[in-house]
Design a protein around this ligand. Structure first.
Ligand code: NAD
Length: 352
């Protein structure tokens, strides 16, 4: 791979994208990193304020559903590679507005694939299209001994996971049909700084800070596998540079938690950090009507990535969660900014 690449990162103002942009911009000063983001409610340039003035970083405000815009962007920058993270990412929103997920996650991805296919047609093998996806495409698990492997059949069960599964299929189809050099990764649930507070962990942290009820879906029995976002960004770096063309890599922390146990652990950490007596925050737990079609358990087997590319998670969960809590407590202004406006209206509709 070239040492002076120009890379398009889509969705770089979002939660995971901002960590990927920061890692690439700081680790590879000879690369030019172009962050393309529509700045939806989930995109926040504040996430990148520490690196925005670096000479190898450029922001482009645009929409991946606009094919002409995307084609022009490829002409303007002559990208060597793409790391595609832009998406509508929240399952609950996909239940109320599936079409937004079809537009961005499916049509937007195909627009990027088409632009790359055209721009790279004379020297495909010198390029790389990296599609960032989710473990939710595999469906749900019931048997505690089972894990999602790269070979597990797709069985998406929410509009979000259906749209991501569809985009994964398009990416593989472009590899098979047009020989577009692609890699895909499917990652478990991420947590860490810059996470928009509609998702479980930052929602709970925010509510504990403000003494608000902690809404837990159903009986809190659903199991998710959690990975610190910076470990996901490190995995994306490794796979972008060393992954084998056409391959898929599962990314996960072998770190399964029932939602209710996770909320209890968060309450304990928050009580300690806020100097409240033990068991103060757990009193706020409120069970609410379960999410429609709520998948019971996701669990990723990341052995292939660990064995073939040498990646492994760097943090134990309690340590990562403590770092996350500390970040939210020292960045109250960030939280305040994102919890005003559109987010508040959405929050009121879902939980009030
Ligand atoms: P996010 O919602 O925090 O960020 C998504 C970003 O995409 C935002 O900055 C948003 O403005 C941008 N965006 C949305 N629509 C766009 C469009 N039409 N054009 C351009 N930009 C647009 O999401 P995230 O949690 O950071 O997830 C990033 C990617 O990782 C997604 O593809 C998601 O499916 C995948 N993923 C997420 C998780 C997780 O736990 N969050 C786990 C596995 C995979």
């Amino acid at each position: 791979m070239k040492s002076n690449q120009t890379i398009l990162i889509t969705g770089g103002a979002g939660f995971i994208g901002s960590h990927v942009v920061r890692l690439f911009v700081t680790k590879y000063p000879d690369y030019q990193i172009v962050n393309l983001d529509k700045l939806t409610y989930a995109g926040n340039l504040e996430n990148l304020s520490d690196i925005e003035s670096l000479p190898n970083y450029t922001f482009e405000h645009g929409d991946i559903t606009d094919a002409d815009y995307i084609n022009n962007l490829f002409e303007k920058y002559n990208f060597d590679g793409v790391v595609h993270l832009a998406a509508e990412s929240h399952v609950d929103r996909s239940i109320t507005d599936p079409m937004a997920f079809v537009m961005t996650n499916v049509i937007g991805t195909v627009n990027l694939l088409n632009a790359a296919k055209t721009a790279w047609k004379n020297n495909m093998e010198e390029h790389r299209f990296y599609h960032v996806s989710t473990d939710e495409v595999y469906g749900e698990l019931h048997n505690p001994d089972e894990f999602f492997l790269e070979t597990t059949s797709y069985d998406p069960r929410s509009p979000y996971s259906a749209s991501k599964a569809s985009s994964d299929h398009f990416v593989r189809a472009y590899n098979n049909t047009y020989k577009l050099p692609v890699v895909i990764s499917n990652c478990s649930n991420n947590y860490g700084p810059n996470h928009f507070p509609e998702k479980l962990i930052p929602l709970m942290i925010n509510n504990i800070m403000h003494n608000r009820p902690l809404p837990v879906y159903g009986k809190g029995e659903n199991v998710r596998d959690w990975l610190f976002v910076k470990d996901h960004a490190r995995a994306i770096d490794v796979i972008y540079h060393n992954g084998v063309n056409g391959e898929t890599y599962n990314i996960g922390g072998f770190n399964e938690w029932k939602n209710i146990d996770l909320v209890h652990l968060l309450c304990k950490i928050m009580d300690e950090k806020l100097g409240r007596p033990a068991d103060t925050s757990v009193q706020l737990i409120t069970y609410v009507t379960d999410r429609a079609g709520h998948d019971l358990r996701y669990a990723i087997d990341a052995t292939k990535l660990m064995n073939e590319l040498g990646w492994e998670p760097s943090l134990q969960f309690e340590e990562g969660l403590t770092q996350t809590v500390e970040w939210y407590l020292t960045n109250k202004e960030w939280l305040q900014n994102v919890t005003s406006g559109d987010y508040l209206k959405y929050y009121e509709k879902m939980y009030k």
